[in-house]
Write a protein that binds this ligand. Structure first.
Ligand SMILES: NC(=O)C1=CN([C@@H]2O[C@H](COP(=O)(O)OP(=O)(O)OC[C@H]3O[C@@H](n4cnc5c(N)ncnc54)[C@H](OP(=O)(O)O)[C@@H]3O)[C@@H](O)[C@H]2O)C=CC1
Ligand SMILES: O=C(CO)COP(=O)(O)O
Length: 345
């Protein structure tokens, strides 16, 4: 039995706290809203983020970050990517010994183009023992119902990743693989959110399965192109953190990214969509980061480019689809063959 702190009492932090508590660990779930933490401790529910779920006794809610981190060696970081730097700066003020951070957020930072593990390294410096990334097809809503789920963990230090594999592995419903390709694991989880937004738009416009299959397949091609330009192993994109997460996010009503896209396709404006969601839609910031990266590296990402125009330049979603369909003819496997035959960085 270990003591673990989970930072971020939203959907994913609470669902992962539940897995860890089911595995017999003592879990301190930190959140910044007093009334929500009181609800977790008094009623054993977190109705806003996981309606109808009864939380195990092994989870104790905290609003005081330093208390939550007292004598803790392993921290699960489950806040939106936008909040990571701010939260880690507070963490640094609470601890004296290096800790292991399990990073479960999915995104790329605009402008710096940092992956989550890179942001963690930058912010924690010498107070970081290891950063392990956990990613894969895993909606919090289904994990909290204890429905069978698979994820992968990755790190520069694979021994640390194996320890985290053991921590989360639950033989009834939560199966954890290791994957040594840290870059690929992080990029697959972050970039699929862009395609999920696009798939939601397509569904919102009333297009059918053909259009969504096209977006998912050609989306995976552009994820792999950018990923490989950044040093990922192309095979990772055929795994859980690549196509696996792409499937779950593009085809599920649980997905916040798909739901936001669906509203955009129905004609709502981005601001009102984000306001009405009440939960993080990571794909919006990641679209900006991927658009910038694609331009910088000269990587073709047509779906990301038109989505960027829809989100940030007022392009009509229907016109975005038309501009994708009217592109010059090309050979389907051209770039993919280059990825598979050229040595990766
Ligand atoms: N939900 C899922 O199924 C999965 C999510 N993820 C990833 O996990 C990350 C978190 O997502 P998710 O849990 O869904 O997001 P939610 O929107 O459900 O929850 C985010 C939580 O973080 C809190 N938060 C936001 N900013 C801060 C801050 N500055 N300080 C402290 N707490 C803060 C929010 O508080 P408040 O209530 O005040 O907004 C909320 O409790 C994302 O990167 C997402 O991509 C990964 C896999 C699955
Ligand atoms: O990453 C997820 C599932 O694996 C959750 O996706 P959303 O953030 O779109 O809900």
């Amino acid at each position: 039995m270990k003591k673990i702190a989970v930072l971020g009492a939203g959907s994913w932090g609470t669902a992962l706290a539940l897995v860890l508590a089911d595995n017999g660990h003592q879990v301190r779930l930190w959140g910044h809203r007093a009334e929500q933490i009181e609800e977790i401790n008094q009623k054993r529910t977190n109705e806003k983020y996981l309606p109808g779920i009864q939380l195990p006794e092994g989870i104790v809610g905290y609003t005081d970050l330093c208390q939550a981190l007292d004598r803790i060696q392993t921290v699960v970081l489950a806040v939106p990517t936008k909040a990571i730097r701010e939260v880690l700066r507070k963490v640094r003020d609470c601890i004296r010994e290096p800790i292991t951070i399990v990073a479960v957020s999915k995104g790329i930072e605009p402008d710096t183009h940092k992956r989550v593990s890179e942001m963690v390294e930058e912010e924690m410096g010498e107070l970081l023992k290891d950063v392990v990334v956990l990613s894969g097809p895993s909606h919090a809503e289904e994990v909290s119902l204890r429905h069978p789920t698979t994820v992968a963990v990755s790190a520069k230090n694979m021994e640390a990743a194996e320890c985290i594999q053991d921590l989360f592995m639950n033989h009834q419903y939560f199966r954890v693989y290791t994957n040594p390709d840290l870059i690929g694991v992080e990029l697959g989880g972050a970039l699929k959110n862009i395609i999920a937004l696009a798939a939601g738009i397509s569904d919102g416009l009333g297009y059918g399965d053909n259009a969504k299959a096209a977006l998912m397949t050609r989306g995976l091609a552009e994820i792999a192109r950018l990923g490989c330009a950044l040093g990922a192993n192309p095979l990772t994109f055929a795994g859980l953190t690549g196509v696996g997460d792409l499937i779950v996010t593009c085809t599920s009503v649980h997905s916040r990214n798909w739901r936001a896209g669906h509203m955009l396709g129905k004609g709502k404006k981005l601001d009102e969509v984000l306001e009405s969601m009440g939960m993080v839609v990571e794909g919006v910031r990641t679209t900006k980061a991927a658009y910038q990266l694609a331009k910088k590296l000269g990587v073709k990402m047509p779906i990301t480019e038109v989505l960027y125009e829809v989100l940030f330049a007022g392009k009509d979603p229907k016109d975005a689809v038309d501009s994708l369909m009217s592109r010059v003819k090309t050979q389907e496997m051209d770039d993919l063959m280059n990825i598979l035959t050229e040595p990766q960085r």
